[in-house]
Ligand binder design. Structure first.
Ligand SMILES: [Zn+2]
Length: 326
């Protein structure tokens, strides 16, 4: 009996594979979906850079890169970019759905360049930046809401203050450098606290965009223990439509307020929030240890408040994306 059911199931699968071939214009040629197209979570490293829907329909599927950056592929013409900040480095993955949902383009991170012996440049002398392709509309303040941590002791006295200060330092391009010029022409519009969690789903992937940008605390079970924070940015036609950041809400383990003393191994919440907010605004990482003093260096060291103040390259990246505030 069960054997018969299996036969029926496999016949049905065979028929649907045939009909997929017919749609693709190769009726009568039985072909299986590529191996990289199967499973609940697809491996970004195994996918081609451009995927045609006829070969593998990625809409609504979860794709994950090495290191944990993962996205749910949008159904319509939308881009999604995931940045994961880990204690041991970073992971990034982007997918853009093109041509009305008939084609998907992957944006994978380049491998981390070989670490050189070069000393890091001073932040105020280092003009390197990596400006992304998705920016917020000109002349509109970016609306965002804060999500408080679940009922765990983060080790941070005032989590809302730390995140709010971190976000402000990004928008206001807080810097210790002299002579960097006017602030970037992009401002925040804080909407208050929300019960809505940052838009990162259970497997640790950027979820379906909902148009509400949430920056705050969350612990996602599907994330590796190494993950400190994750930011997702969605866009349409190069215009950002949503940006969410989840700071990892783990019981008294990692975080510090960002002012005063810092027990070994902890991270300044405000400094991480500044780095993540610059991702929300469209900046990517600047790799290579000569850039370690920039906020957009892909690594953040414990007890390092440096990312709270933007370096020259971080500032120039924002100016490139938004111009100068008048
Ligand atoms: Zn990052």
């Amino acid at each position: 009996m069960s054997r018969q059911r299996n036969w029926i199931a496999s016949t049905a699968a065979g028929l649907s594979a045939l009909s997929a071939c017919a749609v693709a214009g190769v009726a009568g040629t039985a072909h299986a979906a590529p191996a990289w197209c199967s499973g609940p979570v697809l491996d970004a490293g195994a996918l081609p850079e451009v995927v045609d829907r006829d070969a593998c329909d990625l809409r609504g599927r979860v794709v994950r890169a090495e290191g944990g950056a993962a996205v749910r592929v949008p159904a319509d013409e939308t881009s999604v970019l995931a940045h994961v900040l880990r204690r041991d480095g970073r992971s990034e993955l982007g997918v853009t759905t093109e041509r009305g949902g008939s084609r998907f383009r992957l944006h994978r991170e380049a491998p981390e360049p070989r670490r050189t012996a070069a000393a890091a440049l001073a932040a105020c002398k280092d003009g390197a930046f990596n400006a992304g392709k998705v920016t917020w509309p000109k002349g509109e303040a970016v609306k965002w809401s804060y999500h408080a941590p679940p009922d765990v002791d983060l080790g941070v006295k005032d989590p809302a203050e730390a995140v709010g200060r971190g976000v402000k330092d990004a928008f206001e391009a807080t810097t210790d450098c002299e002579d960097l010029g006017p602030k970037p022409d992009i401002e925040q519009a804080y909407q208050g606290t929300t019960d809505r969690e940052p838009n990162i789903a259970a497997a640790g992937e950027c979820g379906k965009p909902d148009g509400t940008s949430v920056i705050g605390w969350r612990n996602v079970k599907g994330m590796s223990d190494q993950v400190l924070a994750m930011t997702c940015q969605w866009g349409r036609g190069g215009t950002a439509i949503e940006g969410d950041t989840a700071m990892r809400a783990v019981k008294d383990m990692w975080w510090e307020q960002g002012q005063g003393t810092c027990p070994k191994g902890r991270y300044y919440a405000s400094a991480v929030a500044t780095h993540e907010t610059l991702h929300v605004l469209g900046l990517g990482h600047v790799s290579g240890n000569e850039h370690d003093n920039l906020t957009m260096s892909p690594t953040v060291a414990p007890c390092d408040a440096g990312p709270s103040t933007l370096g020259k390259g971080d500032y120039l990246g924002l100016i490139k994306l938004y111009g100068e505030r008048s």
